[in-house]
Design a protein around this ligand. Structure first.
Ligand code: SF4
Length: 448
C-alpha cells in the first residue's frame, strides 16, 4: 500500500537541508508520494527508513527507464486514473518500427525521419524517442546489422523485438550498454530472456495472450527480482486493446495490484494497414494509457498532431507552461530596435515572438515572470502591474542595449501605462495592439 506524503515525511531526517533539490523535507516527501522524485536523492535517509520507504514510496505504476544518458526515457510512474485528479507523469514514448525484411533504403528512410521529425514548440523539443527493431527471419547477423545501423545513426532508445533468446543475446552483445528494452518474455522463454535481462541490467516486456497469463508471468518475473517490466496483454483489436489498457491501469492504481503495476507497450502498427486509422488508434492510446506506442512509419502530418496531443495531456494541469524571464532577441536587434514586453505564459510568448518574426522587424522581447499567467490574468492577479514591471525593466539590462527609451506594452495592459510612466520616468510607454496578429503592421510603422 502506497504511503502518503505525511507518512513518508515522518521517516525522513526532517532537517530541511535542501540537498535533494527541494526546499523542505515535506516538499520532498510530497513529491515522492506523487512519484515525481526518487528516494535516492536524499543522502541522509537511514538504511531502516530506506528499506521501509523503497516499496511504499514507489508509484502504483512502476517507472521503467530505457536507454542511458541524455536520451534515456522514463515511462510509467503514474499515480492517477485521470489527468485532472493530479497530473500524468511520464508521457508515452513513440517508437518507429524497423523489421529485418525491409531493404536498406527503407531502414535508412525511417532513421532519417526519426531525426527529421524533432519539433521545437513552447520551449521544448519533442519527437519520437525509440527505434523498435524486429526480428522475423531468425537471422542474428541481420538483426545485429540493423542494431548497429540504428546505433550509428542516432542515440535514440532501442527496443529489441524477438522471442528467441539467442537472437536477443546476439543483439545485446552490441547494444547492452544502451540499456534496450527486451521484447518479449513469453511463457515459453521466460527463464532465458529474464536471465538475459538480469545479466545486462535491461528492462523487459512481457507478451501474453490474456490478462490472466500476463499477471502470472509478471508474478514470476517479480519473484526473479525483476523490477522494470513492460506489459503487452497481446490484444490487437481496438476495443479489446483499449479495455485491457483500462483494466491494467485500474488494477494498478485503484486496487494496488502489483502484478499489473507496470507501464504498457501498444502496437497500433499491428492493428491496421491504414495509416490514418493507425494514427487514430495511437491517439486513443495516448489518452488511455500506453507507456510506449509503436508506429509502423513516421509521417509529419499524423505524427505532429499526436505529439501535440501527448504534450497537452501530459502537461501538469496545476502548473501553467512558462517561459523563463529575460530579454529575447529576435531577428538580430540593435540599439534602435523596438522593445516589447509581455507575460511569460508560454503560449503568449510563442504567439508574440512568432508575429515579431513574421514582421521581419528585429526586436527585443522582454518576458516578465508572471508565474505562467497570460497578460490579462496576470494583471488581474497583480503580477503584470506597474509595481512589478518597473523593477524588472530597471534590473533586466535593456537600458544598456538600446539608446531610445520607448517600451511597447500589450494593448490588453493599456491600463498600467500611466502608473508605469510614473515608475519609469525616463521611459515613454507605448500601447501596442491588443491582438498579436496586428503586431507586424504595428512594428513596420514604429520609429525609434
Ligand atoms: S536531502 Fe533529505 S534531509 Fe535534506 S531536505 Fe531533502 S529530504 Fe530533507
Amino acid at each position: 500500500m502506497a504511503l502518503t506524503g505525511i507518512e513518508i515525511y515522518k521517516k525522513l531526517p526532517r532537517t530541511n537541508c535542501k540537498e535533494c533539490g527541494f526546499p523542505t523535507c515535506l516538499a520532498f516527501a510530497m513529491n515522492l508520494a506523487a512519484g515525481k522524485t526518487e528516494l535516492d536523492l536524499c543522502p541522509y535517509v537511514s538504511e531502516d527508513a530506506k528499506a521501509n520507504l523503497q516499496d511504499a514510496a514507489a508509484p502504483p505504476v512502476r517507472v521503467v527507464t530505457i536507454g542511458t544518458g541524455d536520451r534515456s526515457i522514463k515511462i510509467g510512474g503514474e499515480t492517477v486514473m485521470f489527468r485532472h485528479e493530479k497530473t500524468f507523469v511520464n508521457k508515452p514514448a513513440f517508437a518507429v518500427l524497423i523489421d529485418d525484411r525491409m531493404d536498406e533504403g527503407e531502414v535508412d528512410g525511417r532513421l532519417d525521419k526519426l531525426e527529421q521529425f524533432q519539433y521545437e514548440r513552447v520551449g521544448l523539443t519533442f519527437g519520437p524517442e525509440l527505434v523498435a527493431i524486429k526480428e522475423t527471419r531468425g537471422d542474428p547477423s541481420r538483426f545485429e546489422h540493423l542494431i548497429n545501423k540504428a546505433k550509428e545513426r542516432n542515440h535514440y532508445g532501442l527496443i529489441l523485438m524477438s522471442t528467441s533468446p539467442e537472437i536477443l543475446s546476439a543483439g545485446l552483445r552490441i547494444c547492452a550498454d544502451s540499456r534496450p528494452l527486451l521484447y518479449a518474455v513469453t511463457k515459453e522463454n521466460l527463464d532465458e530472456v529474464a536471465g538475459l535481462a538480469r545479466e545486462n541490467s535491461c528492462p523487459v516486456a512481457v507478451r501474453t495472450e490474456s490478462l490472466d497469463e500476463l499477471s502470472e508471468l509478471t508474478s514470476k518475473l517479480i519473484q526473479l527480482g525483476m523490477k522494470e517490466i513492460v506489459l503487452d496483454p497481446g490484444s490487437r483489436g481496438i476495443r479489446k486493446a483499449l479495455e485491457d489498457q483500462i483494466i491494467i491501469r485500474r488494477a494498478a492504481v485503484l486496487n494496488k495490484y502489483k502484478h499489473l503495476g507496470f507501464p504498457t507497450i501498444t502496437f497500433p502498427c499491428e492493428m491496421t494497414d491504414d495509416p490514418m486509422k493507425e494514427a487514430l488508434i495511437a491517439s486513443i492510446f495516448i489518452a488511455k494509457y500506453a507507456g510506449i506506442i509503436v508506429l509502423s512509419d513516421l509521417e509529419g502530418h499524423s505524427l505532429f498532431p499526436l505529439l501535440l496531443e501527448r504534450l497537452n495531456i501530459y502537461t501538469d494541469p496545476q502548473r501553467p507552461m512558462a517561459t523563463p524571464e529575460g530579454i529575447y532577441e529576435i531577428g538580430g536587434p540593435d540599439d534602435n530596435s523596438p522593445v516589447l514586453i509581455t507575460s511569460n505564459f508560454s503560449l503568449t510568448y510563442f504567439i508574440v515572438s512568432g508575429e515579431i518574426e513574421t514582421s521581419r522587424v528585429p526586436c527585443y522581447l522582454l518576458i516578465k515572470d508572471t508565474e505562467g499567467l497570460s497578460v490579462m490574468t496576470a494583471w488581474a492577479a497583480g503580477k503584470f502591474v506597474a509595481e512589478e514591471v518597473a523593477p524588472f525593466i530597471k534590473k533586466c539590462g535593456i537600458g544598456e542595449k538600446v539608446t531610445h527609451r520607448k517600451l511597447i506594452i500589450p494593448g490588453y495592459a493599456a491600463q498600467i501605462s500611466g502608473e508605469l510612466e510614473e515608475e519609469l520616468p525616463d521611459w515613454q510607454i507605448q500601447i501596442g495592439p491588443r491582438e498579436a496578429s496586428h503586431l507586424p503592421a504595428y512594428l513596420k510603422m514604429w520609429k525609434p
